[in-house]
Write a protein that binds this ligand. Structure first.
Ligand SMILES: Cc1cc2nc3c(=O)[nH]c(=O)nc-3n(C[C@H](O)[C@H](O)[C@H](O)COP(=O)(O)OP(=O)(O)OC[C@H]3O[C@@H](n4cnc5c(N)ncnc54)[C@H](O)[C@@H]3O)c2cc1C
Length: 374
């Protein structure tokens, strides 16, 4: 399959790389220390027009490709994974609106999200279910020209600052509907924030819905099409998650190369030892293969091809790679890698997220196998 980044995509890659290193890197230590992403970072991402990259100009977007967005996430991920994760909270809702929204919904919700003026969260997961969409309990009951939603959502990333939320709820029996809602009204209760192992600054937590009313015109697609919305947008989100993993893995490799050249043992830089060279080569091989899978999948998405299987392959391979490569890099750093003085300690914790969130690694295996066996 022939593909290469276009001149525009390469230019966006360069711009984001320079911007991230100059404008965002100075916030990394503060985010790690305070476990909060300061609002100025969102302002800077808005300046970069990151949330607009894959969307049409008529909806406030840049009019570039999905690949541009993916490349941008990878670049941000090399500098600060929690910052790289931030735009996706709104982009998932924008993608859902573009695919399933009415023109009215697009004007009201998608345009401000695409422009980075508003934020959104994606509320699917519940206390009793992560991987089994049919098992959740939140229900939407039709009452006149409104739906009344009751239930609890878990791990709703960005819920504490979101202006809009995409909420999934059962409508007819086991059928699921997807709703675009304005946050903060009566019955929209922000719950407890969950403390995480890594990705400090990523604010995720519970959303409790108590007789929360959503107008019928806010259904995305039909009120029994939520599962379709979920499957399609989660597939796109998997490529984004995979790109973030590649960014983290590349950063871990860069750290290992730099450290191995400046750490001396027995009168030599440790990079002279064959065992270290092997580890560097092993990391480079994995990172390149992972990047290839991500770019290929993003390209397929831009060509309008099905990405269900390939996005699962990319997410599975890249999240595994990020976990393995950060671990090897930490090993190259020796005991200094285990200290807070070195970036690899943070990357090692951050990288694990993508193996468990956004669809567990085992669930990616299930998706891949099911597609093969169809
Ligand atoms: C930091 C963070 C942010 C998140 N952000 C969001 C968000 O914004 N919105 C949102 O909706 N969710 C979010 N999530 C939730 C997350 O995407 C899901 O919870 C996760 O993908 C799966 O959930 P689980 O581990 O609870 O799954 P479970 O289904 O409880 O899985 C537990 C274990 O069982 C295995 N398992 C389950 N079913 C099968 C099966 N059929 N076959 C084989 N193995 C199986 C899994 O692989 C896993 O090892 C977030 C999670 C985290 C940690």
């Amino acid at each position: 399959m022939p593909f290469e980044l276009s001149e525009e995509e390469k230019a966006i890659q360069r711009t984001v790389r320079e911007f991230a290193r100059k404008e965002l890197a100075p916030f990394v230590a503060q985010i790690e220390e305070e476990d909060e992403i300061p609002p100025i970072v969102s302002e800077k991402l808005k300046e970069l027009r990151i949330t607009g990259l894959p969307f049409e100009e008529k909806y406030g977007g840049v009019g570039s490709t999905f690949t541009s967005f993916i490349v941008a996430v990878e670049e941000l991920g090399q500098v600060c994974p929690p910052i790289a994760n931030l735009p996706m909270e709104g982009v998932m809702t924008s993608l859902a609106l573009r695919r399933f929204g009415t023109e009215e919904q697009k004007k009201k919700y998608m345009i401000p999200l695409v422009k980075g003026e508003k934020k959104a969260c994606w509320a699917f997961t519940e206390p009793a279910t992560g991987s089994d969409p049919r098992a959740f309990e939140t229900r939407a009951v039709l009452d006149g020209d409104e739906y009344v939603l009751n239930g609890t959502k878990r791990f709703a990333s960005g819920v504490f600052t979101a202006d809009f939320a995409t909420i999934f709820a059962k409508t007819k029996g086991d059928k699921i509907g997807a709703f675009i809602a304005e946050t903060g009204g009566e019955g929209f209760i922000r719950g407890k924030r969950v403390r995480l192992m890594g990705m400090r600054g990523l604010a995720t937590g519970d959303l409790i819905l108590e007789n929360f009313r959503v107008p019928t015109e806010n259904v995305l697609g039909k009120d029994d099409e939520g599962f379709k919305v979920l499957l399609e947008i989660e597939a796109e989100s998997r490529i984004r998650s995979a790109a973030l993993s590649v960014g983290m893995a590349q950063a871990a490799l860069d750290e290992a190369v730099a450290y191995s050249k400046q750490r001396y043992q027995r009168g030599h830089p440790i990079s002279d030892f064959l065992s270290i060279k092997w580890q560097l080569a092993e990391m480079a091989m994995k990172v390149e293969a992972a990047r290839y899978l991500v770019y290929r999948c993003a390209y397929q998405r831009d060509q309008g091809k099905s990405i269900r299987k390939d996005s699962a392959i990319a997410k599975l391979f890249c999240s595994t790679t990020a976990r393995e490569v950060t671990s090897i890099s930490l090993q190259v750093h020796g005991c200094y890698g285990y200290t807070k003085e070195f970036k690899i300690e943070r990357l090692y914790r951050d990288a694990k997220l993508n193996e468990v969130a956004g669809g567990n690694a085992d669930i990616q295996r299930v998706i891949i196998a099911n597609e093969l066996l169809q």
